[in-house]
Design a protein around this ligand. Structure first.
Ligand code: PLP
Length: 389
């Protein structure tokens, strides 16, 4: 039995999604910008997908810009807002220190072009204080970008409160909701954001497709130029089959959210409680009372996370040491570091992220094998059961 507990890296494509993508690949080959029958069919397929995505996040269909995924959505939001506001004298951008690299590397690139960047600190539980974010805003701040839920620890940020404070100061608000959309209820009006990124492959859709919500009237400069697709916000012939898949995945997520959330939270809690009880010197990273229902991040003292990941993989269990993009680099997690955790705890943390295919029997299997693996690795490392904290 192979067990996949890495749904924050990516999720398996749902069978209905795969069937819809395959059918669209064959049937909807028209260019959605063409005026003839074939083009209009493809356009209608995109319209259906756009409505499903808009419904999932409480937006109007005209506010949804299709992209190639979360990374592009983050880039378009940040570079697009920065580009639109530079001529108004804006020079400053704010984000949290625990953003995904799609945001952090984009800000770094803009920093080399004259933008000033402030990264707001999180507390030891990985939470931002809205007042501290607000205090970093200046008259020349263009945008604040705060992720809705963190990919490594699952902690959910007080985005609505931050958005309210930022808007009082005339600052645009973007949220990277790549990890939350499709997993917990997300509503752009409740959050009060101007821009929101989402990605299909995090909720059983295909890879390489996503969307950016752009609130009506928001100033945004296109970062990809060419044709007039996506209301001039993103040039290039749309990936029709992929976006059809995104639409089906969005509809599926909406219909299963209410039941899947509690089901996954119960399984995650069973896993977490089981690990903490059976393996000494373990600790959960991140605020436990404000988390995605599918995620837990646990430090195992006296163990190299990579070694435990490989040992689990040999038992058929797939987990992660943090974000998929930085795995293999052996660099300690920038998220856990920003939380102020001691170095050893940033290097011995494993992320378990559950999803639609996760069942109780799989959790029990993990709980069967994990304590023995940790004990063996501790013996090999000579760290024993009681490692320094
Ligand atoms: N933002 C967050 C929080 C993510 O977790 C990811 C993916 O891991 C991304 C952005 C990038 O999304 P994509 O893989 O669709 O480019």
């Amino acid at each position: 039995m192979r067990i996949y507990l890495d749904h924050n890296a990516t999720t398996p494509v749902a069978p209905d999604v795969a069937a819809a993508v395959a059918a669209a690949l064959v049937d909807e080959y028209g260019n959605p910008s063409s005026v003839h029958h074939f083009g209009q069919r493809a356009k209608a397929a995109l319209d259906t997908a756009r409505e499903a995505v808009a419904d999932l996040v409480g937006a109007q269909p005209a506010e949804i810009v299709f992209t190639s995924g979360g990374t592009e959505s983050d880039n378009l939001a940040i570079r697009g807002a920065a580009g639109a506001l530079w001529s108004a004298g804006k020079r400053h951008l704010v984000a949290s220190a625990i953003e995904h690299d799609a945001v952090l590397a984009t800000l770094k690139a803009l920093g080399r072009r004259g933008w000033e960047i402030t990264l707001a600190a999180v507390d030891r539980d990985g939470r931002l204080a809205p007042d501290a974010v607000a205090a970093s805003l200046r008259p020349e701040t263009a945008l604040v970008s705060i992720m809705h839920a963190n990919n490594e620890i699952g902690v959910i940020q007080p985005v609505a409160e931050i958005a309210r404070l930022a808007h009082e100061r005339g600052v645009l608000v973007h949220t990277d909701a790549v990890q939350s959309v499709g997993r917990i209820p997300v509503d752009v009006r409740t959050l009060g954001v101007d821009l929101l990124s989402l990605s299909a492959h995090k909720f059983h859709g295909p890879k390489g497709v996503g969307a950016l919500f752009v609130r009506r009237g928001t100033r945004l400069e296109a970062t990809t130029t060419g044709g007039r697709q996506e209301r001039n916000r993103r040039a290039g012939t749309e990936n029709v089959p992929g976006l059809v898949g995104l639409g089906v995945a969005a509809a599926l997520a909406q219909s299963t959210l209410a039941t899947e959330g509690p089901r996954l939270a119960a399984l995650r809690d069973r896993l977490e409680a089981g690990v903490l009880a059976a393996v000494p010197d373990t600790v959960v990273n991140g605020a436990v009372d404000s988390r995605l229902p599918n995620t837990t991040n646990i430090s195992f003292d006296g163990v190299e996370a990579e070694a435990l990941l490989i040992a689990l993989d040999l038992e058929g269990i797939a987990v992660s040491t943090g974000s998929a993009c930085s795995s293999g680099t052996l660099e300690p997690s920038h998220v856990l570091r920003a939380m102020g955790l001691p170095t050893h705890r940033t290097q011995n943390a494993l992320r378990f992220s559950l999803g639609a295919g996760t069942e109780a029997s799989q959790i029990d299997r993990v709980l069967d094998v994990l304590p023995g693996l940790v004990a063996r690795l501790r013996r090999l490392a000579g760290t024993g059961a009681r490692a320094p904290r």
